[in-house]
Design a protein around this ligand. Sequence first.
Ligand SMILES: [Zn+2]
Length: 86
Amino acid sequence: MFVKRLDKEDEFLLTHRRNVIRDYQEKGICFSCQNFISGDIFPDNGLVIYEDELVRCQFEKYPRATGQTIIVSKHHYEDISEMPID
Ligand SMILES: [Zn+2]
């Protein structure tokens, strides 16, 4: 399996993203929902490969493996078990 080696700038930006997510979580704000408002966590950057009214799928900008994809629901769920199967 190919694993991308991140350069210093990518490491910095990935750490920044983790800190932004942690800050939202500490404030009780859902970072997934917040991302659709601010676009500052997973910006499009031409990485979106599919989007409809329910979900957005995009390649990870800092992938751990080839093709790593982020799938984000446009509806808020506290837990993945709350999501409808379809
Ligand atoms: Zn949410």
